[in-house]
Design a binder for this molecule. Structure first.
Ligand code: NAD
Length: 289
């Protein structure tokens, strides 16, 4: 059985750990923050129970929970065949973590970076196994999404690509391969759109519900860009736009000041209960007062 290490127990780590555990994999979930691990287990258990109600598969919740162990130390990943990294979108943190993973994990372990925007070749360069580092950009919420972006770095080997396609196949994900470049395909476009949508609110052109209404009613999008920002995490949006801005040195990626303000104020979206909208404990939008 493939032992899957999942590092980072936030929005994405919860979804990735759940998806692997509910499909018969053994999962070791690691986060530096003990409270995040406790919250993650509660969320995974609840997501498993509610899976059918939201259009997902029936989940054996007891078996899924028994397949997950949690730890605050990366040393717990010493037996992992694959490690999927989902920590905060911050280069310094990621650089440090990959150095530690490289020391702890055996040479066979494949490192999967689930970054929004950082190039995979840059991540691989801080390890001694660039041939066994690959990017998989999972979509949120992970168990409900059928496809991922698959990104080989400059040195990623054909064996690593083959193995990771097998791993993704085992959880029912279609892999869409794209070349390595900051933001890949999805976030080069999505982050610009969300950033510009935030600028519309910042400038008072329209409020958030009106911006989203235009996208839903006129374009048929299931969710507008600002509700999407809340789903992803307003802080994660800001960090990703900052990575794009630094990577391309192009003013079109200049982060909207409102994203900075909201991040500083803790208005991170669904995960903190408030962002462009307010949320109940199940992540449902509360009516505006
Ligand atoms: P998040 O803020 O919800 O969670 C990040 C978690 O990482 C936190 O629990 C934090 O305690 C933990 N962490 C930070 N440093 C750590 C370390 N050194 N070791 C272990 N844990 C550490 O963020 P998220 O939304 O889950 O995003 C995680 C990654 O996934 C980011 O790189 C992001 O760009 C990417 N991503 C996010 C989405 C999305 O929709 N949110 C989609 C695809 C990819």
């Amino acid at each position: 059985m493939t032992v899957v290490g999942v590092v980072g127990a936030g929005v994405m780590g919860v979804g990735v750990a759940q998806n692997f555990a509910q499909t018969g994999h053994q999962v070791v979930l690691v986060d530096v923050d003990k409270a995040s691990l406790e919250k993650a287990l509660t969320q995974i258990e609840r997501n498993g129970r509610l899976s059918r109600l939201v259009g997902g598969p029936a989940v054996d919740v007891a078996a899924m929970m028994a397949a997950i162990t949690v730890d605050v130390e990366v040393d717990a990943l010493a037996e992992a065949d694959v490690v999927i990294e989902n920590i905060t979108e911050n280069w310094d943190l990621k650089q440090q973590l990959y150095g530690s993973l490289d020391r702890v994990c055996p040479p066979r372990t494949i490192f999967v970076a689930n970054t929004s925007a950082i190039p995979i070749t840059r991540i691989a360069s801080v390890t001694r196994r660039p041939d066994r580092v690959v990017g998989v950009h999972f979509m949120n919420p992970v168990p409900m999404k059928s496809a991922v972006e698959l990104i080989p770095g400059h040195h990623t080997s054909p064996e690593t690509m083959h193995r990771i396609r097998e791993v993704l196949g085992a959880i029912g994900k279609k892999a869409i391969e794209v070349k390595d470049s900051a933001g890949f395909v999805s976030n080069r476009v999505l982050m610009l759109t969300v950033n510009e949508a935030a600028c519309l609110v910042h400038e008072g052109v329209a409020d958030a519900p009106t911006v989203d209404e235009v996208f839903r009613e006129c374009f048929g999008h299931p969710m507008g860009p600002l509700e999407t920002a809340d789903l992803i995490g307003v802080d994660t949006i800001l960090y990703s736009v900052e990575v794009l801005y630094q990577s391309y040195a192009d003013s079109k990626y200049r982060p909207c000041p409102l994203l900075k303000h909201m991040t500083d104020a803790g208005l991170h979206g669904r995960k903190t209960g408030k962002g462009f909208y307010s949320y109940d404990e199940y992540g449902r939008v509360l009516p505006a007062r």
